[in-house]
Design a protein around this ligand. Structure first.
Ligand code: ZN
Length: 232
């Protein structure tokens, strides 16, 4: 498998209101999923926007692309998916999970517990007929070369996926960072530390070191079309 074989699918868009962007302008955000066609099976990271309540719909004005249609654009069908990984369980990441009833969903144990406590996500996307979970407590190698790495920050139970390909590692960061430029800033903090810069330095999450240890050739995100690549 090569990095370019991992497919991105567009699952919809929503409009982040000006109140949340800090720029005075609303911002269009994409919702992406990623398909990894591995010798052991087909992995799907994130499944799109679920139906929200009226308040959420009015606030974010989402437009959805049905998971089956998004997969179809990549030459895949719902039954082709062997395992779902959700970077976290907010409604814009696990919305299509009920379409894949019976397919195991991989998430952190603390993330599912938080989601079930209420007030966190849309509960009908968490416990639905046929829902089944493979719960992780921290880092795991799901299949050879497929690593799930906890990347808390956006939420405590957030996780990212590293895919070791023949031509280098690909990080499916999810929403570890909202934008590729935010990842870039944190990667530079790690580099500055290695180069011996003294404090004060901006703080980067501790797990950046873990992800960068895979020497990623490309990093992709849940809500940003931009990708990060190191200078070769
Ligand atoms: Zn999100």
């Amino acid at each position: 498998m090569r990095i370019g074989d991992v497919r991105r699918i567009l699952l919809g868009t929503f409009i982040r209101p000006a109140e949340e962007t800090g720029t005075g302008q609303p911002r269009v955000e994409a919702v992406y999923g990623y398909i990894v066609d591995h010798p052991r099976g087909v992995l799907l990271l994130d499944t799109g926007l679920g139906a929200g309540d009226a308040e959420t719909e009015d606030w974010y004005r989402p437009r959805r692309i049905e998971l089956a249609d998004a997969l179809g654009a990549a030459g895949m069908r719902l039954p082709d998916i062997d395992v779902v990984v959700n970077c976290h369980l907010h409604f814009d990441h696990c919305g299509g999970n009920p379409r894949l009833a019976g397919t195991p969903v991989v998430c952190q144990r603390n993330e599912l517990a938080t989601a079930r406590r209420g007030g966190y996500t849309m509960e009908h996307l968490i416990d639905y007929p046929g829902s089944t979970y493979d719960l992780l407590d921290g880092e795991a190698e799901l299949w050879p070369g497929i690593h799930v790495i906890p990347t808390p920050g956006h939420v405590e139970g957030h996780q990212s996926v590293v895919v070791e390909c023949d031509d280098g590692s690909l990080v499916l960061a999810g929403q570890s960072h909202d934008a590729a430029s935010h990842w870039s800033a944190d990667a530079l903090v790690v580099q500055a530390t290695r180069l011996g810069h003294d404090a004060p330095l901006p703080a980067a999450p501790a797990w950046m070191e873990r992800l960068l240890a895979f020497d990623p050739r490309r990093v992709v995100f849940a809500h940003d079309a931009a990708v990060w690549e190191p200078l070769a």
